[in-house]
Design a protein around this ligand. Structure first.
Ligand SMILES: Cc1ncc(COP(=O)(O)O)c(C=O)c1O
Length: 394
């Protein structure tokens, strides 16, 4: 399987053997537990992530199919699926850190993750030093004897800075740190952080992996058996593991991930390029534009640049509000990665936990609008954007 292209692998997921045949699609094993003939097999299954299925909080065949599929796509040895992206992030951080440890994280982070880091510091005395996402020297300078982990996002939310994964993870490796990368925005179709030096990859599978805005989920993929076992043990302890129906919906979505990513990216390229030339627009933030500070880093790491971008209007916040009210096809809604184009105002929604200083550090303006581009026809989307920009200050 591993020699096949991702487009083929997502279609031919492993199928369970039945009595002489196999189901075409992975079934939902809607059971809380499993029955054994052999007590030794029962006991063994309790203690490892890849043993016999025992109890739903430890594992389930549908959930494991998802874990194997994503681990394969990301180039990891194993994965742990969770009930949400935040479930995966908290499981990894709490499972790998102890009070008194120190973490280095990039400054531009998803708002929910930023809240977790602030909480780690306040609750557990786990100090966090923030560094730019493409500055390995800053990682080296921040390392202390108690530093354990470097935390990055492949493409940051919402200003789409791209982390220098090879450089940053090499600096972390020199210091013996574990590098954790949130790969939600890129998906394994655009970037596989483990191949670039990461030890753990996390996803909100709510987004591109499931792809249809109908399920919450998360996953942590480990590069080594040891990390896989540690993350799994803590997920079981927390009770953060995924349920079979959510895993099934996510598996179903993954089968069209490469196709959808192609359209998300090409639609985004068109909208971002045309918006950048529009007289009402002050700036467009998308790493596929040569004007973006991450353009060079992104071009080295990814064949395409993702399906999310942000932009600022010359009319500031009032213009942003008018635009969000005027669009008809694009929906004002949280989240991203589904088939519909969604827009939101980060300063009052996804990043409302940041104060003015934090917003400025993340590069988020008062009037910044984030767009998660769907798979509609690009000309319909552009027509919608154009009519919403009509009459805004130029
Ligand atoms: C980059 C990123 N990571 C993690 C999360 C959290 O995922 P979830 O909402 O599935 O908990 C999000 C949610 O928007 C996100 O954008």
């Amino acid at each position: 399987m591993s020699s096949l292209h991702p487009e083929t692998r997502v279609v031919h997921l492993p199928r369970p053997e039945l009595n002489g045949s196999r189901p075409i699609s992975v079934p939902i094993y809607q059971t809380s537990g499993f029955v054994f003939d052999d007590p030794a097999v029962f006991a063994d299954g309790m203690g490892r992530p890849d043993g016999a299925f025992v109890y739903g909080r430890l594992s389930n065949p549908t959930v494991r199919s998802l874990e194997e599929a994503v681990a394969g796509l990301e180039g990891g040895v194993g994965a742990v699926a969770t009930g949400s992206g935040m479930g995966a992030i908290n499981t990894v951080l709490l499972g790998l850190l102890r009070s008194g440890d120190h973490v280095i994280a990039q400054t531009a982070l998803y708002g929910g993750t930023d809240t977790v880091f602030k909480d780690l510091e306040a609750r557990y005395g786990i100090a966090v030093t923030y560094v730019p996402e493409a500055d390995p020297a800053a990682v080296r300078a921040a390392v202390r004897p108690e530093t354990k982990l470097l935390y990055l996002e492949t493409i940051a939310n919402p200003m789409t800075q791209v982390a220098d994964l090879p450089g940053m993870s090499a600096a972390a490796r020199e210091a013996g740190l574990i590098t954790v990368v949130d790969n939600t925005f890129a998906s394994p179709v655009l970037c596989r952080p483990i191949e670039l030096g990461a030890d753990v990859v996390v996803h909100s599978t709510t987004k591109y992996l499931s792809g249809h805005a109908d399920v919450l989920g998360g996953i942590a993929v480990a590069a080594t058996d040891e990390l896989h076992r540690r993350i799994w043990s803590y997920a079981v302890e927390l009770g953060a593991t995924a349920d079979p129906f959510a895993a099934w919906l996510t598996l179903r979505g993954i089968q069209t991930l490469p196709l959808r990513m192609e359209r998300h990216c090409s639609n985004t390229r068109l909208l971002a390029t045309r918006l950048a030339e529009h007289p009402a627009v002050a700036a467009v933030h998308w790493p596929g534009l040569p004007s973006h500070p991450s353009y060079d880093v992104a071009a080295k790491l990814m064949p395409e640049f993702g399906g999310v971008f942000s932009f600022d209007l010359k009319g500031g916040r009032p213009a942003g509000e008018s635009f969000m009210k005027a669009v008809k096809l694009a929906l004002l809604a949280p989240s991203l990665g589904g088939v519909e184009t969604l827009i939101l105002h980060p300063a009052t929604t996804s990043h409302r936990g940041l104060d003015a200083e934090g917003l400025a550090a993340a590069g988020i303006g008062e009037g910044t609008v984030r767009v998660a581009v769907g798979i509609e026809h690009h000309e319909d989307l552009w027509a919608d954007f154009e009519q919403a920009l009509d009459g805004l200050p130029q």
